[in-house]
Design a protein around this ligand. Structure first.
Ligand code: IMP
Ligand code: MG
Length: 184
């Protein structure tokens, strides 16, 4: 892991700051149309979705509630442990509410199905999911999100909230992490 400059560990930029902003603006418009009179509860899955979540909510021109939860499945590795754990729950009562779960990236789809099941048991009016990125080749089609920023190939990416071992979240773009960084 580069000590002074995280950018030296990036092999390729997949989406620039500008491309991200344009896509998030379009998604915000789409969600505004879909949820105009629904006062949705927008749920941020910490920490990875944080940048996307804030930018997305800011682009929505309708009433909405904001809340945050945290799950853990990875630890400090680039491979999923296969176990999802609720680390911090949200405060909002979602009974009868329209819920939008905001995720950073869908890989195996395990986190997403865990959250869908958990939320279903709380009797909301509806649940939809939105993920900034989706590695579609890594999971069956039924685990796709309702809304997605970009579909990407099976590479380990960081930036715009996404981390490796806690770092690189603050890069303003989405970049591919050099494999030697996580194989080291
Ligand atoms: P899933 O449960 O396998 O779908 O994994 C979802 C979680 O794994 C995401 O919320 C991320 O925290 C993490 N993850 C999966 N792929 C990547 C990646 O390429 N970069 C950074 N984090 C990733
Ligand atoms: Mg993560």
């Amino acid at each position: 892991m580069g000590i002074t400059n995280p950018e030296q560990d990036i092999s390729q930029i997949l989406f620039t700051e500008k491309q991200i902003a344009a896509r998030v603006e379009a998604l915000g418009m789409e969600l505004t149309e879909a949820y105009r009179d629904k006062k949705p509860v927008m749920v941020c899955v910490l920490k990875g979705a944080s940048f996307f979540y804030i930018d997305l909510c800011r682009q929505m021109r309708c009433h909405l509630d904001m809340d945050f939860l945290s799950v853990s499945s990875y630890g400090a590795s680039s491979k999923s442990s296969g176990v999802v754990r609720l680390v911090k729950d949200m405060d909002t009562d979602i009974t009868g509410r329209h819920v939008v779960i905001v995720e950073d990236i869908i890989d195996s789809g395990l986190t997403l199905s865990y959250l869908r099941e958990l939320f279903q048991s709380r009797r909301p009016a509806s649940i939809r999911t939105i993920s900034f990125l989706d590695k579609t080749a890594r999971h069956p089609a039924e685990l796709r999100t309702d809304y997605c920023g970009f579909e990407i190939p099976d590479e380990f990416v960081v930036g715009y909230g996404l981390d490796y071992a806690g770092y690189y979240r603050n890069l303003p773009y989405i970049g591919v992490l050099k494999p030697e960084v996580y194989r080291a």
